[in-house]
Design a protein around this ligand. Sequence first.
Ligand code: ATP
Length: 234
Amino acid sequence: HDKVPLLQVENVNVFYGKAQALENVSIHVHESEFVSVVGLNGAGKTTLFNTISGLLPYTGAIKRGGEALRGTSAAKIARDGIVQCPESRELFGEMTVRENLDLGGYHLADDVRDKQIEWLFDLFPILRERHGQLAQTLSGGEQQMLAIGRALMMQPKILILDEPTLGLAPVILEQLSKALEKLRQTSSITVLLGEQNVTFALPHADRVYVLEHARIVWEGDPARFAAEAGEGYL
Ligand code: ATP
């Protein structure tokens, strides 16, 4: 990789009052790479993603394609293609699956939007089956897929997934895992995945970071993870 990474986080520090939630954190993500940030509850994953998304003040630098993002609003960062699918999902419960997806693609021309939805339905067949159902009546796993689907409707350059597996049953994990693998193979999208579930996070990842108590303590490829960083995580 000689190219400038699509996303660079350089020596970033974030505080909540006096408590430091990120300490000198540096990560980078190249175009079309799938990078996992693994860490236990409270390690700072959500803080890292919220900082990248422009929601928190920080010191250090965050760059997109080499350009510093400081001063860019969260809305503009998202419009420019860094799209975060939050842990809390934030769906519109009283709207249907299809309506939630339409909202994600509100900026697209009708025919482009319809095509994008068809592509999504191939990725998550369950959403096609449930397209007319109210989002609040979906199972947890289906809601997660809908939240990812809605984020994908924004046609992100970088999709940030914050603990998509949280609270999901094993059979749903498998569906989600399959969908992510298909996404990886059929698109050039760049993914930054935060996970506590290492078994889920590793198979998809080109590279892995381990975040522990606000710091990056290990970086490497998934094949080396078990031997070098696995203790306490596997
Ligand atoms: P989780 O999976 O539980 O969200 P995480 O790795 O994403 O874990 P963060 O949510 O980033 O971790 O939290 C990092 C640390 O910062 C934790 O100690 C948490 O309690 C603290 N923290 C998070 N948000 C706030 C806040 N708004 N005010 C004060 N402390 C916070």
